[in-house]
Design a binder for this molecule. Sequence first.
Ligand code: NOJ
Length: 776
Amino acid sequence: MKPIIATQKASAPARKIPVFVIALTFALAFSFIPLSFSQNPSPTPPGDQAVHQRIDSLLKAMNLDEKIGQLSQLFDFRTEKAIDDAVTKGRVGSLLFVTDPSEINRLQHLAVDQTRLHIPLIFGFDVIHGFRTIFPVPIAMAASWDPAAVTQAQTIAAKEARSVGIDWAFAPMLDIARDPRWGRIVEGSGEDPYLGSAMAAAQVHGFQGDFIGSPDHILACMKHFAGYGAAIGGRDYDEAYLPETLLYNVYLGPFHAAVKAGVGSAMSAYLDLNDVPATGNRWLLQDVLRDQWKFAGFVVSDANSVKSLAKHGFAKDVEEAGLRAFNAGLNMEMAIGFTAFSRSLPAAAQRGEISEKQIDDAVRPILEMKIRLGLFDHPYVDVARSRQILSTPEHRTAALHTAERTAVLLRNEGNLLPLNKSAYKKIAVVGPLADSQLDTLGSWVFQEDLQETVTVLAGLRYKLGSQVELGYAPGVQIRRTFPSFFDEIIHLKAPPVWTPEQSKSEMSKAVALARSSDLTILVLGEAQNMSGEGASRESLDLPGREEQLLEAVAAPETPVVLVLLNGRPLNIKWAAQHVPAILEAWYPGTQGGNAVANLLFGDAIPGGKLPITWPRDVGQLPIYYAHNTTQSPENQGKRYWEEESTPLYPFGYGLSYSTFRFSNLKLGRTEIKPGETIHASVDVENTGAATADEVAQIYIHQQSGSTSRPVRELKGFERITLASHEKKTVHFSLGNDELTYWSTARKDWVEEPATFDIWAGGNSNAELHSTFVIAK
Ligand code: NOJ
């Protein structure tokens, strides 16, 4: 049966945050404003010369206050006189968090009609994994190992956002994360710089299109520059200490890839990196980003992170904070209420501490992006068109297919999956996340349509119709001990907490339901607000009494399938031994329930792979596959006396309903000189009965050198589809990019004469092996 793709009617509004209701009311009052819209600027980019001439003439005409205004970005949660005034006076160049197209038009009219030089605003927003159509969360998208699918998802997100007048996404988040206690691991691509770089480029292309200003596209913003994912103890916002080998070889890699892909903006991170806050870190913002990488876009601070420089004990007060961030290379300050720039830069300029040229240089790339995005020529949006775009059925179909591609099958004992519809009369669906729309979506969703979000329970209902009796019991409630600040923003109304008696009876109901059914589908994991910003944890255990529910429900006589909705690996040690089938569905988005139903019943076949090492328990953190060999490597898996130190599931791992054989790892040559490229190929055969996907992965290890190198490093991958018994040869090239690394001993990028191991296979434990040599 075809999955039902529930789409909203063109006129159906998204769940409205009450602050936007105010904005909407205001916008109605201004509906007389004539609209000369088009968010479809030129299909070809303007010539560089024309752009620079336009910037030069603007800069000539602008006064100091207007220039500093362009460096200021303010949150606009509701229509406020202070914001209107700032816009009208040219004291602000950008606003964030306005999402209503009429309100965007109204504000844009203020900027364009009422300021001296008619410079439009640029509207930014957190378009992280979709706007109205919500795609799986970024870590899930990385689990697809399918850059093309990720580009498509962000292309759709860009189109929807642009249609309402948002020109700039605060994405992609490129922070490598090796400690899943850190809640924001959900927003990135996991632990690996190679996979992270591929996903970085894919997302930049999705958001920006072929060039900045491509029709229906928006500006991307790589964030959080840099090292934020290494927050000590996994505690969000805490400091990170990263030696240069990790910075250059791991953490900076995806950012450099995004710069190479043409990303137009960057966001500085909240953290102290090696004792220097990233927002005031000249080494990061100038030396690396601009001098080494030739980044030509602009850098915005994270929210209030300039003013926070004073809190860090770095700047003595807000005025000094503004000056130090500016001197470090920051272009634009994102702030609530007022910017530190507005307090410090005018006076500093008057004192001659900063030159007009420095200010011009900071403003230049901001104006450039506004010009390239077409905002000067087409500042307004067509509200009717936006409604149409937001309700495009093809967007929901793409979300469905992306969710299917991102799921990772962790366990499938006795080939319990795929399920056969006709084998079951009664199925129990159990767990607190099984019928929760918000928890199907994940964090950073503000403009979704909850009504049309398909939960796992709803997806199963569509799939099974009346053929199978479907029972549902949540079993337990889960909640954070300390609330999330996002709960307030989205006005989350948590249901009343169960009394102890209710808790007991709900648990019993769930167990009884499972016992009286032929199959139980348990949907467990974390609620939406348990991963994301400000959502770090000190444990990886299933929250609340989920583990108890799991162990009570899973009985040998009733088959159990565990579906996980979450943004980080969790402690599923018990399940990994006792539950025959485990599907990691992440937060799968708008069409999540349909995708899960398709996957469970074999209308789609899982092909995703873990973008992160899955630990057994929290004590192993941080854990990642690309560690060094060090002393006694034969005991690498026995570093603890009470538990294996190997992961529960390795990086790159994921099962299918089919099986694959890798063979014939061939190298074009076995010896090359530095600078040359080595070609490798491997045959992949589908040895099972179903057409299915496998991700061919290639890993290398440099056996000796000026420094120790990781035991394995991913250096190539390709997701392929193979029919039953079909065999394909997958080709890889290893050149300078793959064979060079930053040597702390040599203080340089080096490609060293050495013998290299090379492995090919379907995960980071791949065994098919060969060697090659880089000769002197
Ligand atoms: C703070 C977050 O760290 C950042 O990722 C986000 O883009 C900004 N707030 C704006 O919402």
